[in-house]
Design a binder for this molecule. Structure first.
Ligand SMILES: [Fe+2]
Length: 217
């Protein structure tokens, strides 16, 4: 799994998880290799349909694996036109792969915190099925959206290390807010409907200021 190493065959999601588990036994995260693994897996809805839970009001985050504490792997479900806030990634690696439909990624620079100003898009990428993308805080901020208003989208996200809070940004003013991230379902089962709390206390929900939740991230 060193840089330049050939990726093994990845015929289904279980094989992908096994290969990722092996990578994350080491402390160093080889971004190129993990991206290649995600690319090697060709989306098959039979693998991930049990995690694909949609909500008509917001996109959902559905936990697939806690990666032995090294990472979180999750399926995000985007109904027509749903989008995330502009957000950071809490210093973690963020890998994503489109499993169904398409997603638009809008990238932004970190705003100047000393003044209120509108955040402008630096880069726009349209990700199609099986495309893989990567971001971390040193590369900037982003916002994800399902640009299609007639079809849903599904994506696979890997965050390492996992995190329970990130920063979201108001596009008009650059105002920053801390947001806790939550799971709609865990291992294919609906998370607590009262609180959306994950069993792991580090996954507790609730937006600190506005009662909103981010998600994707
Ligand atoms: Fe993100």
């Amino acid at each position: 799994m060193l840089s330049g190493s050939k990726v093994p065959p990845v015929s289904d999601l279980r094989q992908l998880q096994a290969a990722i588990d092996e990578v994350f036994q080491e402390d160093h995260v080889n971004i190129e290799y993990v991206s290649a693994l995600l690319s090697a897996y060709k989306s098959n809805s039979r693998d991930w349909a049990c995690y694909a839970k949609f909500d008509p009001h917001k996109y959902t985050r559905n936990l697939v694996s806690r990666g032995n504490g090294k990472y979180n792997l999750m399926v995000l479900c985007w109904s027509e036109g749903q989008a995330s806030s502009i957000h950071s990634h809490a210093g973690s690696h963020c890998f994503m792969k489109v499993l169904s439909g398409s997603l638009k990624e809008l990238k932004y620079d970190w705003p100047d915190s000393s003044r209120q100003s509108e955040m402008t898009v630096r880069e726009e990428n349209l990700l199609q099925i099986n495309d893989v993308a990567y971001i971390n805080d040193s590369l900037g901020l982003h916002r994800m959206e399902n640009p299609n208003h007639t079809e849903c989208a599904v994506s696979l996200h890997l965050y390492s290390p996992s995190f329970s809070e990130c920063t979201v940004f108001d596009q008009r003013t650059s105002r920053q807010t801390c947001s806790r991230v939550t799971f709609w379902s865990i291992y294919g089962r609906r998370a607590s409907p009262d609180s959306l709390l994950a069993p792991d206390p580090t996954d507790s929900p609730e937006h600190k200021e506005r009662g909103e939740e981010l998600a994707e991230k």
